[in-house]
Design a protein around this ligand. Structure first.
Ligand code: GLN
Length: 604
């Protein structure tokens, strides 16, 4: 099946193929040889997918588009303050090659006009035997994800005729914006402008800027993350020369054009666009390039200031610990206690990226619920990433909850372990699964409950076990007499999945876990049963095989009845059998009710 997105890009290409406005740059003689009909469009997504139409693999010189990247390198080499002291960030409102410097200081208005770009080149350091140009070429190549080489003919042509740029270089030297004579710097500048790229390269370089400086195809860090916004900032205000205001108004994307016919545009966080078409308008911007970007921005709603792109709340679901309980099955008394007081546990399921505007509604919800809570669980299962601001807010929330005596637990959060620990969440409060976090909350609630505090959970007489507690003493005696007693050591198997289900167990001491093997050594926990609870009886009703393993997690004791004995009750003690079946169906209906509640909670 053909992608409708690819079809859209191709239709855009077809729409403007016949346009023959504009003129190929000829002030650098070699550039005048460019084919005016060449035309390519490429969109690179933040995860490195390319949509291409037309001449996307044809080489041309990058020209001024290089300026944005060299600016990033200069910032990395010298730091923001130093670079800002030499080169401004104000739109000049003048042509790209204007010999305009700020009055008095001689500072170029911005790094996107030639004066600023030459000054920027002078800021790049020579390092470890690598020349300025070597370092620039290497930096741009990392952004493109492949080694870029010079178009020697264009370079020689530009160097031979670059008198105006030389004049600018000497002006910069005069004002001490350049610390050394400009000859070598100018050559490096001419060379950087003569690097050959394709339309695809431009889109990938744009996607690298969109992706916080990491090339989405190679996965390599190409631009230091702290300078990505600086680079995009000057592109947005100055990237299209004296058409920059119109551009940001109409297209709304940081962009940079070059007289070779390229335009690179970026939708931060989302995608990079490369367009190539040599004929230029009066400002030196590609005519078709502008038309394509205007249509792309309008038709795909890419304008940076378009509110349709506003992120949504990170709060996916909010419920309490009695609406959703852990898989741990507990004796009826504990269960009823948890049904009553589970409200004191608040679970917030989060989703998407956590940034200020998505996390703010979560904080608001927490502030509202805090007075009624004893503990809060944040579920990170559907969170894709966390930014430093949201982690700072989380740290604040945590310490405020703590001073109000409220516990904060996180689950499905191993991926974010490091930032969570830094936000002050103790390692013991970070759980692999929501089930474990909920179980911990329940255990915590029960530990604080006066009703259950005095009772030893270690050994429960049959008369107090859930299914048997309403039997008469005579009936209990019959049960006692028929039961086998079995003891299990920790990690010993009680039931194996797949086996015949011909026994019914009541756990009178210890704890067992019901689980299924997962990949590796991991097991998926389905249930945890504590003393007083029964298991295995379901299969007595529907005759199925054992569907999971049951393993003792501590020294445990079970009382066991055989199916043959259970069946024989029909004849020997029908009243007892009816009683047991009645108890069984009561228990099943209580569990079904809880399951229904949990399903509706998750669906809400
Ligand atoms: N190398 C070209 C110059 O300095 C770059 C100009 C441009 O692309 N706008 O004139």
């Amino acid at each position: 099946m053909k992608s409708p997105i690819l079809e859209f890009i191709q239709s855009l290409h077809a729409r403007y193929l016949a346009v023959d406005e504009g003129r190929v740059a000829d002030y650098i003689p070699e550039l005048s040889k460019a084919n005016p009909k060449a035309f390519g469009i490429c969109v690179a997504t933040r995860d490195g997918h390319l949509y291409e139409a037309g001449d996307t693999r044809q080489g041309f010189t990058i020209q001024s588009i290089s300026k944005a990247f060299t600016y990033g390198l200069a910032l990395e080499d010298r730091g923001e303050d130093h670079v800002l002291s030499r080169i401004g960030v104000e739109p000049s409102g003048e042509a790209f090659n204007a010999i305009s410097l700020q009055e008095g200081s001689g500072k170029p208005f911005n790094p996107m006009i030639n004066a600023g770009a030459i000054a920027t080149c002078g800021q790049v350091l020579r390092k470890d035997g690598a020349s300025r140009f070597d370092r620039i070429a290497e930096y741009l190549s990392r952004c493109a994800g492949q080694s870029l080489s010079i178009d020697e003919a264009v370079y020689r042509s530009e160097s031979a005729t670059g008198h105006r740029n030389r004049a600018i270089g000497w002006m910069l030297r005069n004002f001490n914006i350049l610390d050394e004579d400009p000859d070598e710097i100018l050559e490096a500048y001419f060379q950087q402008c003569s690097l050959r790229v394709t339309c695809t390269d431009l889109a990938v370089m744009g996607a690298t800027l969109a992706n916080q400086g990491i090339n989405p195809i190679s996965g390599e860090r190409a631009i230091a993350p702290e300078f990505v916004d600086n680079v995009l900032g000057v592109m947005a205000t100055c990237g299209m020369y004296d058409w920059s205001g119109e551009w940001i108004y109409r297209v709304g994307l940081p962009a940079k054009s070059g007289v070779g016919g390229g335009i690179l545009a970026v939708l931060p966080g989302q995608l990079g666009i490369g367009v190539f078409s040599p004929p230029l308008d009066g400002q030196g911007n590609s005519v078709r390039g502008i038309k394509v970007c205007m249509d792309l921005a309008r038709d795909l709603s890419l304008h940076l200031f378009n509110p349709s792109a506003v992120p949504q709340t990170a709060l996916r679901l909010s419920y309490t610990g009695n609406q959703m309980m852990s898989r741990r099955r507990r004796p009826a008394m504990d269960f009823h206690y948890l049904k009553r007081f589970g409200e004191r546990t608040r679970v917030l399921e989060l989703q998407g990226p956590l940034i200020f505007s998505t996390f703010e509604p979560v904080v608001r919800t927490l502030v509202r619920h805090a007075p009624y809570c004893q503990q809060v669980v944040m579920n990170f299962r559907h969170v894709v990433n966390v930014d430093p601001v949201s982690m700072r807010l989380l740290a604040e929330v945590r310490s405020r909850l703590e001073s109000n005596g409220i516990r904060l637990l996180c689950c499905h959060a191993q991926r974010f372990r490091r930032p969570l620990l830094a936000a002050g969440i103790p390692a013991g409060a970070i759980f692999d699964t929501d089930d474990e976090a909920l179980e911990d909350c329940e255990t915590f609630l029960l530990a604080g409950a006066a009703e259950v505090a005095g009772r030893s959970p270690d050994a429960v007489p049959l008369s107090e076990c859930d299914l048997l507690s309403s039997l008469s003493p005579d009936e209990l005696a019959i049960m006692e007499a028929a039961a086998e007693t079995r003891a299990f050591a920790p990690r010993q198997s009680v039931i194996e999945s797949g086996g015949d289900a011909d026994e019914w167990f009541v756990l009178t001491a210890g704890t067992v876990e019901v689980s299924l093997p997962e990949t590796g050594n991991r097991r998926r926990r389905l249930d945890v049963l504590s003393a007083g609870m029964s298991f295995g009886e379901m299969a007595f009703i529907d005759g199925s095989k054992r569907s999971a393993d049951v393993i003792a997690t501590e020294p445990s004791t079970c009382r066991v009845w055989s199916r043959a004995w259970f069946d024989s009750l029909d004849q020997s003690h029908p009243a007892l059998k009816i009683h047991l079946l009645h108890q069984l169906s009561r228990q099943l209906s209580a569990r079904l009710r809880q399951a229904n509640l949990e399903i509706s909670t998750l669906k809400s």
